[in-house]
Each structure stands twice: as C-alpha cells, then as structure tokens.
Design a protein around this ligand. Structure first.
Ligand SMILES: Cc1cc2nc3c(=O)[nH]c(=O)nc-3n(C[C@H](O)[C@H](O)[C@H](O)COP(=O)(O)O)c2cc1C
Length: 245
C-alpha cells in the first residue's frame, strides 16, 4: 500500500529532524503501521530479519515507557512510540523461514534437481549461517574467531563471528529499519526522535520481552511543535567525512 502525497526521498531526508517536543494532536495509527511495514523492507544481513517492531499506542504503556526513557521530551510528549528490538536469538527460526522460502521459490523440487546457484543459496542457509551464528556461552564464537584469524593470514575470510560481532550484525540491520521508518514518517509529515537513552531492563519488562532480546532504539512519534526541533542542523564539514579514492 503506497502512502498518499509523499515527499520525494531527498525532501523526506531533509525534513527529518529529531523532535523533542510533539504536538498533542494525535497521529493516525494505520499510517504509522504502514511506515513500520516500510521499515521491514530495509536491507538486512543475510535477509535474516532479526528484528521486531513494537508499535505502542496505548497510553497505559506509553507512560511507563516515557518514564523508562528518563522522561525526556521526545518520549514524554510522543503520541505513539515504536520500539525496535534486535532478536539475534531468533536466528534459527529466521534461517528456517529463509530455507522454506527458497524451497517454495524452487518449486519444491528434489534437491538433486537444484541448479548450481540454487544449491549455493540453500547451502548458505543450511551450513554457513549456522556456522556463523551458532555459539555456546560465547566460547564457540571465540574459537571460530581465532580460527578465522589464522585462516585469514592466507586468504580473505569473514572474521566477525564472536557473540559480540553477531550482536552488531543484528543491530546494524535494525538501525537500517529504523532509518527506513523515520524517512517514511517524514515523507508524510510525521515526526520522530530516535532514542537510546532508556533503561533497557525496564523497557523489556514493560513489553514482556525475553532477556535474550535487545532494544535497538525507541522512536518517539508525533507532529513537531514549533519549538520541537532544538536548533539548526549541525554536521561536521562533508570534506571531513568524505574520501574519494
Ligand atoms: C542511535 C541514536 C540514539 C539517539 N538517542 C537520543 C536520545 O536518547 N535522546 C534524544 O533526544 N536524541 C537522541 N538521538 C538523536 C540525535 O541526538 C540526533 O539524531 C542528532 O543530534 C542529529 O540531529 P537530527 O536527527 O535532528 O539530524 C539519537 C540518535 C540516534 C541515531
């Protein structure tokens, strides 16, 4: 479903600012939901989609969430909130979903009839993904990490396979989804503020999330008050971050 009267991508990117004071005017739950749907179309590492999106519309949950977010303006005045959760712990389930999708895409034919490319993709989810994601208390990850460093002396190899590396992998993709969401909101004149200033343990308790999940970001949503943006946009000079090689 396309959103009506959307801005151009560059306009939406320019319009997006972190808003710390939202109007009391409500925003449309369905439109925000559609922006969350667009968030799920973000690029994601190995298409593993190790994320979940909690769309908070109930005042009974918004209030404790704002408190767990230190009552900062972007949380206290938000009309709705979106909590993006990184779910590295769901890797087996997502791997199975990818395998099921591939089988369906291949027309459920016997494996012997797979083309070279089909075999490679299936092998990726059946063998490579488990070899990267499987871990036991961080020990297996560390062993893999050391082994990969040694193999890496002789040939290029994927080096980041520790527990902490895989957390980053999940958070990277969740961050891309967050940006997709904020740009989609901006395109329809809705405002957002991404937040990492919160008590993650309390947030997980409020949302009934397992300890194995990790809060990636809480995004306050609403429409900006006139004083909602705290100042002119500041970015370090482009030349300081742009390297043409
Ligand atoms: C991961 C992340 C966490 C952030 N956490 C907070 C936060 O807790 N509270 C807040 O007011 N702003 C937060 N921000 C907003 C940044 O301060 C803001 O993006 C930055 O100052 C640039 O301003 P702009 O978003 O208006 O361009 C966060 C932004 C990101 C990307």
């Amino acid at each position: 479903m396309a959103l009506n009267t959307e801005k151009k991508v560059s306009e939406a990117i320019n319009y997006r600012r972190s808003v710390r004071n939202f109007k009391v005017d409500p925003i449309d739950v369905e439109k925000v939901k559609e922006c969350i749907h667009l968030a799920t179309l973000a690029a994601t590492s190995s298409n593993m989609q190790l994320w979940e999106f909690y769309h908070i519309v109930s005042p009974e949950i918004l209030a404790p969430l704002a408190k767990a977010s230190f009552d900062q303006g972007a949380a206290k005045t938000a009309q709705q909130m979106v909590v993006i959760v990184a779910r590295k712990d769901l890797w087996r389930k997502r791997m199975q979903s990818n395998i099921a999708f591939l089988k369906w895409q291949y027309g459920n034919k016997p494996e012997a009839d797979y083309s070279k490319r089909e075999k490679f993709a299936m092998n990726y989810y059946k063998k490579i993904i488990p070899s990267i994601y499987s871990d036991f208390l961080g020990i297996l990850g560390m062993i893999k990490f050391i082994a990969f460093q040694i193999i890496g002396i002789f040939r290029p190899i994927y080096r980041q396979a520790r527990q902490s590396d895989m957390r980053i992998v999940a958070h990277k993709s969740a961050g891309l989804a967050a940006q997709n969401f904020m740009i989609s909101m901006s395109a329809i004149n809705y405002d957002t503020c991404p937040m990492e200033g919160f008590d993650s343990l309390r947030v997980k308790k409020i949302l009934n999330l397992p300890s194995s999940s990790e809060i990636n970001m809480i995004i306050g949503c609403g429409i900006r008050e006139e004083n909602g943006v705290y100042g002119a946009r500041f970015r370090v000079p482009f030349e300081e971050v742009y390297y043409k090689i």
